[in-house]
Ligand binder design. Structure first.
Ligand code: BES
Ligand code: MG
Ligand code: ZN
Length: 502
């Protein structure tokens, strides 16, 4: 599907359906408050007249999400999308509602959209929301279907006054990079675990980075190199695997670094499949564990977007990749392993493996002396208990960083909520036999326990934040711009926004 911009009125464009946004008005008639569509919000006199002539029109009140379509007497099919009262429409509601146009993708070949009829108060915000909504919704994973559906929809033409074309072009360019990166990561997250093992995953990332990210240095550590780095926690998770671990290290230095340029390191959990290891997951909990590499795909998508949109900061992207499997070499519970950092860890539950691979990855990140480290991981089922599958958990050692990230999330319309890291939780991961143990007490602050464990591997003075994306990484059926099943691609926008806000 292609998105074009055209200066002609939507009514004059050739398209299977012509789409207009319509706002709602509230009129007081006697004592009863009634809601009607706001005639004046339909700028096109032709559509306005036509709608008036249709007796049924009175059933259309333009409430948010309502749809009304009609065939025009002069020919052409029109779709009116209700947007509620203009003063109440949010950017996110616009993003979600415009995304619903993709539900026509197997029905028609072309849509013409009167773009300005959808505008909120802020034009730029409106355009960003519209492009994001359309482009992020334009995704489907059909690789394993014998008869994949080729979408019928080929073009969406946005009718836009000439004066806005430059702004549209600029936003389209940026959003295309974002959407391509998100969709690339969605493909990886959705890929099945019998195909996407660690070696293959790292190879795909290396190929994409070499091909598309000019100037980015690509380093992939194999098992021997991971051993040489003393990443023993990472190796302990890989011990039961049929595949080698891979540690992806990508570095980007901007061509003209600004004076106040920062070094931001992004670190991701890349468990291509999580069986739990010897602490085996019950069958019902094991399905969907192919998504357990979503953290690494998220940070890669953010890195890719930032690099291609010419980020002014130095960036590092690190991905610790392995599966968590069981064979005769697999790590047994009660094992004690010395981390790269030197701290010893009693592994009481091999299913708490994400924090083990991230511990070594975060320690490696600290050696690069970044100003900021952001990690993303499907770390705990507990985050679903705390925040549901709509809200991402954030934990950090730095209040300013959290504040900035929460602002970036708000600006991106993604839900992010902070969980506390407190001394009581820090005490809960002290081990009797080693420095640390990898779990706390059952049913007690599981997500933040993961957070304090990771914090142990951050060197003093480095601002760090941990995104627990286990709830939001997949199956976002409530978001029309995410597939109802499968990888969501959420939190990429927040991360990218943060990087560019810095
Ligand atoms: N990958 C899981 C977390 C997860 C659970 C993600 C459900 C998505 C949905 C992680 O490796 C894990 O197994 N965590 C354990 C930790 C526990 C043993 C302390 C969990 O959440 O049960
Ligand atoms: Mg696990
Ligand atoms: Zn896991």
């Amino acid at each position: 599907m292609q998105i074009k911009v055209d200066a002609n009125a939507a009514t004059d464009l050739q398209a299977d359906i012509k789409v207009f946004g319509v706002f709602q008005t509230v009129e007081k008639k006697g004592k009863v408050t009634e809601r009607y569509y706001d005639e004046s919000s339909i700028k096109d006199s032709y559509v306005r007249k036509e709608l008036k002539n249709i007796a049924l029109a009175s059933t259309f009140d333009a409430s948010l999400g309502s749809l009304f379509s009609f065939n025009c007497s002069q020919g052409g099919t029109y779709l009116l999308m209700g947007l509620g009262e203009k003063k109440n429409l949010t950017r996110e509601q616009l993003r979600r509602n415009i995304a619903k146009l993709l539900s026509y993708k197997n029905k028609v070949t072309s849509l013409a959209v009167d773009a300005s009829s959808f505008f909120l108060g802020n034009t730029e915000d409106s355009i960003v929301a519209m492009y994001e909504g359309l482009m992020l919704a334009n995704y489907d994973f059909q690789k394993y279907k014998s008869n994949p559906k080729t979408p019928k929809l080929k073009t969406i033409t946005l009718s836009v006054p000439k004066k806005n074309h430059a702004l549209f072009a600029q936003i389209q360019k940026k959003t295309t990079i974002l959407a391509q990166s998100v969709n690339f990561s969605r493909d990886l997250v959705n890929e099945v675990p019998n195909v996407l093992h660690s070696e293959k995953y790292a190879q795909i990332i290396a190929e994409d980075a070499r091909k598309n990210l000019k100037g980015v240095k690509v380093k992939i550590l194999n098992k021997a190199q991971v051993k040489a780095e003393k990443m023993n926690l990472f190796l302990s998770v890989n011990a039961g695997s049929a595949y080698e671990p891979r540690f992806v290290h990508l570095s980007y230095t901007p061509s003209k670094a600004a004076k106040k340029a920062k070094h931001i390191a992004l670190v991701g959990k890349g468990i291509t499949f999580d069986t739990g290891g010897y602490s085996l997951k019950p069958a019902a909990n094991m399905t969907s564990m192919k998504y357990d590499m979503a953290g690494s795909a998220t940070v890669y998508a953010a890195f890719r977007t930032a690099v291609l949109n010419k980020c002014p900061h130095k960036l590092t992207c690190l991905m610790a990749i392995t599966d968590n499997a069981v064979n005769e070499n697999a790590t047994v519970p009660d094992a004690v392993v010395t981390s790269r950092r030197g701290k010893t860890v009693e592994i009481l539950n091999t299913d708490a493996e994400g924090r083990l691979i991230l511990a070594d990855a975060l320690d490696y990140a600290c050696d690069l002396k970044p100003d900021v480290i952001l990690d993303a991981a499907t770390l705990t089922g507990a985050v679903l208990v705390a925040l549901g599958d709509e809200v991402c958990g954030i934990m950090s050692n730095n209040d300013k960083l959290v504040k900035d990230l929460l602002t970036s999330a708000k600006e991106s319309d993604e839900y992010l909520w902070q969980l506390p890291l407190i001394d009581e939780y820090r005490d809960a991961i002290k081990s009797k036999v080693a420095d640390l143990k990898n779990i706390g007490k059952p049913m007690k602050a599981g997500t933040a326990i993961g957070g304090v464990f990771l914090e142990e591997f951050i060197k003093d003075g480095i601002a760090w934040a941990h995104f627990d994306i286990a709830g939001v990484a997949h199956d976002q059926a409530h978001l029309p711009y995410c597939p109802s099943q499968g990888a969501s691609g959420l939190m990429v926008r927040t991360m990218v926004n943060y990087i560019f806000n810095e």
